[in-house]
Design a protein. Structure first.
Length: 84
C-alpha cells in the first residue's frame, strides 16, 4: 500500500500534531496546516484540497505510516488521504 495524495480540509486548529508526526509532508502556519511543495508533484505549498496533487516520488510509500499517524492524530479529523 502507498498513499497517493494527502490534503487538509477546513477547520485546522493549528495544534501542530501533523507536523510533529510527518514534518517532511506537513507544515503548520499561523492559520492552517499545509502540504509542503517539496512533497508534492506540483511543487505548490497549500492545503492541496483543490489541486489534490499527488505526492512526489516514493514519499507516499516511505512515509505512509507517518501520514496515517498524522491523520489519525488530528483532533478535528480534517487530514484526508487516498491510498493505492
Ligand atoms: S493535526 Fe489537524 S488541527 Fe492539528 S495542525 Fe494538523 S491539520 Fe491542523
Amino acid at each position: 500500500m502507498a498513499i497517493v495524495k494527502v490534503w487538509v480540509e477546513e477547520g485546522c486548529t493549528v495544534c501542530n500534531e501533523c507536523e510533529s508526526s510527518a514534518p517532511e509532508v506537513f507544515h503548520v502556519t499561523d492559520e492552517t496546516s499545509v502540504i509542503k511543495g517539496e512533497a508534492r508533484e506540483d511543487g505548490n505549498t497549500d492545503e492541496n484540497e483543490e489541486a489534490k496533487s499527488p505526492l512526489k516520488g516514493d514519499i507516499g510509500v516511505e512515509l505512509e505510516e507517518e501520514i496515517i499517524e498524522a491523520a489519525e492524530g488530528c483532533p478535528v479529523d480534517i487530514i484526508k488521504y487516498e491510498e493505492a
